[in-house]
Design a protein around this ligand. Structure first.
Ligand code: SAH
Ligand code: DHB
Ligand code: MG
Length: 217
């Protein structure tokens, strides 16, 4: 569900704060042409990730769920040229489109796209990372969060996307794995005393959703 006002406000602030961006627009065009689902973060959300990474002076960023690399480009811009983004993607086709989009944005040397099940990739990674953005299959959110925590430095930031899903997170009786997985993640987050965390609900061009924000102690 997306209220017209939510998109209008995103457009209004976007027109003020988000200048035309050929590389990001080309990425979205290429994603659509390649048949990728349009489930990238919104421009405002992408810029928020970029600003978060900048605010903490991030040099090493971990992303779980690349899709066409739209969020990856935002994160990579925040850490380039010395920093690095490692991004995990299951789907070869998505990863190939992302690799092209990232190269077109001039960030090929900043981003390492790892193809395969994220849990396998994460198992083989070494930290420390300054920032992690978790945005892959929602059923495994708790596992991705555990890896992100293991790989984070003290003071590191973990952002988990789509923890509200139009309010469906409130449905304790569903068998939708995205919802049960998100609820399991929420319980793990609450039980984890190595982080301070909050959840912010959002509305905008992507409807009603939200993200969890955690800082590692
Ligand atoms: N972060 C992206 C959107 C990611 S969409 C952006 O905002 O631009 C979620 C992605 O996670 C999809 O591309 C999907 O293929 C990928 N994915 C799903 N299951 C996965 C898994 N087990 N391991 C890695 N990636 C996975
Ligand atoms: C979906 C996935 C996302 O990561 C997102 O931000 C929005 C929607 C989805 O799978 O529907
Ligand atoms: Mg998402």
């Amino acid at each position: 569900m997306t209220e017209p006002a939510w998109s209008a406000v995103d457009d209004f602030y976007g027109s003020l704060l988000l200048p035309e961006d050929p590389a990001l627009e080309a990425a979205l065009t290429a994603n659509a042409a390649a048949g990728l689902p349009a489930i990238d973060v919104s421009p405002a959300q992408g810029k928020m990730l970029y600003l978060l990474a900048r605010a903490i002076g991030a040099r090493r960023v971990l992303e779980v769920g690349t899709l066409g690399g739209y969020s990856t480009i935002w994160l990579a811009r925040a850490v380039a040229p010395e920093g690095r983004v490692v991004t995990c993607e299951l789907d070869r086709h998505h990863a190939a489109v992302a690799t092209e989009n990232i190269a077109r944005a001039g960030l090929a040397d900043t981003v390492d796209v790892r193809v395969g099940p994220a849990l396998d990739t994460l198992d083989g990674l070494q930290g420390p990372f300054d920032l992690a953005f978790v945005d892959a299959d929602k059923a495994r959110g708790a596992e991705y969060f555990a890896h992100a925590l293991r790989l984070s430095r003290p003071g590191g930031v973990i952002v988990v996307d789509n923890v509200v899903r139009g309010g469906r997170v409130m449905d304790a009786d569903t068998d939708d794995a995205a919802v049960t997985g998100t609820r399991r993640f929420a319980e793990a987050l609450a039980a984890e005393d190595r982080v301070d965390a909050t959840v912010i609900q959002t509305v905008g061009s992507k409807g009603h959703d939200g993200f969890a924000l955690a800082v590692v102690r």
